[in-house]
Design a protein around this ligand. Sequence first.
Ligand code: FAD
Length: 288
Amino acid sequence: MKVNEILSNGKITLSFEVFPPKTDAQFESVRQATIDVAALKPSYMSVTYGAGGNTRKNTVAIAKGIQDTTGVTTIAHLTCVGATKENIHNTLDEMKAAGIENVLALRGDRPRDFEGDPFVDFHYASELVSEIKAYGDFCVGGACYPEGHVEAANKSEDIINLKKKVDAGCEFLTTQMFFDNNIFFNFLYRVREQGISVPVIPGIMPITRAKQVETARDLSGCSMPQRFLNLVDRFGSNPKAMEQAGIAYATDQIIDLIANGINHIHVYSMNKPQIAEAIQKNLSEILK
Ligand code: FAD
């Protein structure tokens, strides 16, 4: 099924994100974890992609495994950094053969310590979006950044660039993680003001281990409010308490978003079925 159909059926959606194994040796355990997340029957699931294509086969295989085993619709992420058009066409052919109808079109990060221009046939995700739409019958989504993308000169420019991605055919947007809903609401206001009308789906990251704080900051550059940092400070050294507090914080963010009219929520559940399940349980009446 196409994700834009799921997003337009008038119901609140809750989706989960998982990542593929980096090595073949990890394949079976990761596959099982992703199936366990899918068994919760989220509205759909997305499967990330290693920049540079190093998880290409596994991204497709994990997404196919989820769909074939549980019937849950998947989105396969796809990055274009370092890719030729031919590479992209081959991957799209593999996705089509696997029954995957949805792609999250991403540029990917510039590789660290790479000398020269890491981009081959594509410089921006908008070019990838156009290429996918011209190549096949896929529903295509993209990424957006409530606090601005790290490389953007400022937020206004980033939103102008985002409009180019939507004009290229991007049908929905999923946000980078954020820990203060006001940042999302301000962003949404500016996105709508720019004339972008596609669904903007907040991406919520449950931080359930203190160690994740630095990783999340490094990966996303997102800010963390004092209220959240107090929680990590108080519970970070007690793994069970930190997990409970992190799930409660993410649940609180989600309830506030839904209470303020946001009907689609994406949870960076990683490959943790117990965390996805706990959040889903906390929302059981709200999702009815
Ligand atoms: P773009 O939309 O191309 O934007 C990149 C930068 O270029 C921005 O600063 C933008 O303002 C600027 N820009 C865009 N168009 C133009 C233009 N026409 N002219 C000038 N400047 C322009 N990475 C992975 O490797 N694998 C994943 O699976 C993955 N999944 C992700 C999922 C989500 C929801 C998010 C938010 C990010 C994900 N990422 C993933 C990270 C992403 O690849 C990086 O953030 C990357 O640096 C930017 O990708 P993008 O698709 O947003 O790029």
